[in-house]
Design a protein around this ligand. Structure first.
Ligand SMILES: C[S@@+](CC[C@H](N)C(=O)[O-])C[C@H]1O[C@@H](n2cnc3c(N)ncnc32)[C@H](O)[C@@H]1O
Length: 358
């Protein structure tokens, strides 16, 4: 049976390319989007990366015929992108991620090569929900390109696990049998110069706990006096809502943010309590703001409607940071606990999402 052709969309329009940007097209095939991405102008650059041995040559011919100077076609896979870290401003792609056998690796690579604040603007094939094997086989026979298409919810999870925030997946054309084209957009969290905000990993444990202890030692962060073990830290915190700020050159962790659920009752499923710690030697460089900004965006992606925390009354810097990012003080718990022999007040702060559950 002949396959119906699935036209996903136009990633060049989706990504809203701007003059001077560096763009990477994942799987350009014949190179139409690479040519179209010329709108970045002579000060921009467009890379096309394709694994198909027969694909790069025609694309190269097309590009040569169009006499496009600032374009480079690379041979390789999207699961192992042959470009340095933080090299591109925008990633575009049309109908390719669904074909990948290593989608998590492909999205991790996309995150790696994007600059902080860089964006993903792609079009792809998705499914409305989980497909059993039979349903997938039937859809594949008629439509093609469906064998590896992800359900929207799983696509979102993979993007979040790679570290993307501001995730939006909007189904467009309906191809029947639960198969849709979709516009997929996401952003790599922005960070100050020389910094990167990325998901917290197991190998960050020692640095995260050292920063935790350094924060506790200031006596302004928490009633706790010693950082927990990694096992206890990790058991109490939500795996998808943890980020570190790291030096982009050395990889050294300079701050972190993480959240715990406030209750197991389902009515509180979207309420979390967070902590944000910046190494005392790196404060006042916007690291806390970058971490908290990324965390808030990730919370909104994850359907969290209220983020809450407690701040010692004397910790003016933390209060100012939280208020600048939309937290408000909902009350003061007076002389709530004794800390190093002193009774201390705690300001209860919360940020109510303006997009979830309004
Ligand atoms: C359906 S075509 C889409 C081509 C183009 N984006 C378009 O819209 O016309 C898929 C392209 O992705 C490439 N491709 C598939 N899997 C790939 C992978 N893992 N790494 C790099 N390229 C891949 C194929 O070689 C092919 O050129």
């Amino acid at each position: 049976m002949a396959h119906d052709e699935v036209v996903c969309g136009n990633p060049v329009t989706v990504a809203e390319l701007r003059e001077g940007e560096t763009v990477l097209d994942l799987g350009p095939g014949g190179g139409i989007d690479v040519l179209s991405a010329r709108r970045v102008g002579p000060s921009g650059t467009v890379y096309g990366l394709d694994a198909g041995p027969d694909m790069v040559a025609p694309a190269r011919r097309n590009v040569e015929q169009a006499e496009v100077a600032n374009t480079e076609l690379l041979h390789g896979t999207i699961e192992e992108v042959p470009l340095p870290d933080r090299w591109v401003d925008v990633i575009i792609s049309n109908g390719v991620i669904n074909l990948s056998h290593g989608k998590a690796a492909a999205l991790a690579e996309a995150f790696r090569v994007l600059r902080p604040g860089g964006r993903l603007g792609i079009t792809d094939v998705v499914t409305d929900g989980e497909f059993d094997e039979e349903r997938r086989r039937q859809a594949e026979q008629r439509i093609g390109c469906v064998a590896g298409a992800l359900p929207v919810a799983e696509y979102r999870q993979l993007l979040a696990a790679a570290g993307f925030v501001g995730v939006s997946i909007v189904p467009t054309a309906d191809h029947g049998d639960g198969v849709r084209s979709a516009i997929v957009q996401a952003v790599k969290p922005s960070a100050g110069a020389g910094l990167e905000i990325r998901p917290m990993r197991e190998f960050d444990a020692a640095q995260v706990l050292a920063i935790y202890q350094a924060g506790l030692d200031t006596r302004q962060a928490s009633f706790e006096t010693s950082a927990p073990s990694w096992e206890s830290f990790t058991a109490g915190r939500l795996p998808h809502l943890r980020y570190v700020a790291a030096d982009a050159g050395t990889g050294q962790v300079v701050g972190w943010v993480a959240a715990s659920p406030v209750s197991s009752r389902c009515v509180y499923a979207g309420v979390v309590e967070h902590s944000v710690y910046v190494h005392p030697g790196c404060q006042a460089h916007g690291i806390g703001r970058a971490l908290l900004g990324a965390f808030i965006a990730a919370c909104e992606d994850a359907g969290v409607w209220t983020i809450q925390s407690g701040i010692f009354g004397e910790n003016a810097a933390s209060l100012a940071l939280h208020q600048a990012l939309g937290f408000r003080v909902v009350g003061t718990r007076e002389r709530l606990g004794r800390h190093h022999g002193v009774w201390r007040d705690v300001l209860m702060v919360e940020r109510r999402s303006s997009v979830i559950g309004i």
